[in-house]
Design a protein around this ligand. Structure first.
Ligand code: ADP
Ligand code: MG
Length: 331
């Protein structure tokens, strides 16, 4: 069973940033408004995520470390409308199978927290009482300590941390309802308070993408035939030589999609006669029945029922917006 878990883990936790992703998504699924992320040595020595979400009751703690323990899906219907980010019940057992893991949690009506832990596997120990505020802390130490071959595949500490930091940026740009802090080797690299108002949201975008981006971007707000596009598109003065400032969300989820990426790049190239990469933070919304977000387990790919219509809408909206910025050619 541990072997199966390790194989599964290969898919779920291929590197430290994937662990962070699963844990942060769990925190958000639990309704957390504060998520503290602490990592050491690119996450290989330590990943600690603390949240103020609903917590896990004592009797469910052992279950959470066992495979297929998701509390989020009871039947196939649920599977069809996955509202929450996680739905496979595999993340915690997979992470446990390749680390020394401690899970501490407290629910609102408990007088204190409870803790379970394991190294590589859960040995069915009883939860122990532990001091903890309402919410959950997951600590994963010595990642891949028992799979040396995988450990060897890890890149430099700085590279692994960059992946983690990029993931936090990506999720923070769509979960304005939550605050995030990130620490690497005891040093705080990011501190974002929950952003409820429009100016606070723009301030968060500036914090993540830079003041320069916000100053050199135009707001977009387009609705047409059930499709909606909002966000920021960088002006040509802010064009990039790399595709390194591109955030796109479909119905609140970060996606990296060829079709949509193509629409945006074409719109930029066409309107601005630029071969550089556009910078953008964009939120596309459409009726959820028109989009399948579960094409890929990492959930960054999407499939649209009417992909041409979505492509054309995105292209049209951004193209038009950029055209308006360009001085009219002289007669
Ligand atoms: P999934 O997210 O796919 O359900 P996970 O292995 O990630 O599976 O988590 C297993 C279960 O543990 C979740 O369904 C949830 O009930 C509980 N859980 C995990 N992390 C948290 C958290 N931070 N706060 C509250 N509950 C959590
Ligand atoms: Mg999960």
């Amino acid at each position: 069973d541990q072997l199966i878990n390790q194989i599964k883990a290969g898919e779920v936790v291929e590197r430290p940033s994937a662990v962070v992703k699963e844990l942060v998504e769990n925190s958000l699924d639990a309704g957390a408004t504060r998520v503290e992320i602490e990592v050491e040595q690119g996450g290989l020595n330590l990943i600690r995520i603390r949240d103020n979400g609903s917590g896990i009751p004592r009797e469910e703690l052992p279950v959470a470390l066992q495979r297929h323990a998701t509390s989020k899906i009871q039947n196939m219907d649920d599977l069809e409308r996955v509202g929450s980010l996680g739905f496979r019940g595999e993340a915690l057992p997979s992470i446990l199978s390749v680390s020394r893991l401690t899970l501490t949690s407290r629910v609102a009506d408990a007088s204190h927290g409870w803790q379970v832990s394991g190294a590589g596997a859960y040995e069915n120990e009883e939860p122990k009482p532990a001091a903890h505020a309402v919410g959950t802390t997951v600590e994963a130490c010595d990642l891949f300590y028992n799979t040396p071959a995988r450990r060897k595949f890890m890149k430099a500490e700085s590279t692994e941390f960059r992946h983690i930091s990029q993931f936090i940026n990506r999720i923070a740009l769509c979960r304005f309802d939550a605050g995030f802090t990130l620490k690497h080797n005891q040093r705080r690299t990011l501190d974002l308070a929950p952003a409820d108002s429009e100016p606070e949201r723009e301030a968060r975008v500036a914090q993540i993408c830079g003041d320069d981006f916000v100053r050199n971007a135009i707001r977009i707000d387009e609705q047409r035939m059930g499709l909606s596009l909002q966000g920021w598109v960088g002006l040509p003065s802010f064009a990039r030589t790399q595709a390194d400032l591109q955030y796109l969300y479909v119905n609140g989820r970060a996606v990296r999609d060829k079709l949509l990426g193509h629409a945006l790049r074409r719109a930029f190239a066409d309107a601005m006669h630029s071969t550089h990469y556009p910078a953008f933070v964009l939120y596309l919304e459409l009726d959820p029945v028109g989009v399948d977000v579960n094409v890929h387990p990492q959930k960054t790919e999407v499939r649209f029922r009417e992909s041409a219509r979505v492509h054309d809408f995105l292209f049209g909206a951004v193209h038009q917006l950029l055209r308006r910025q360009r001085p009219e050619p002289e007669q």
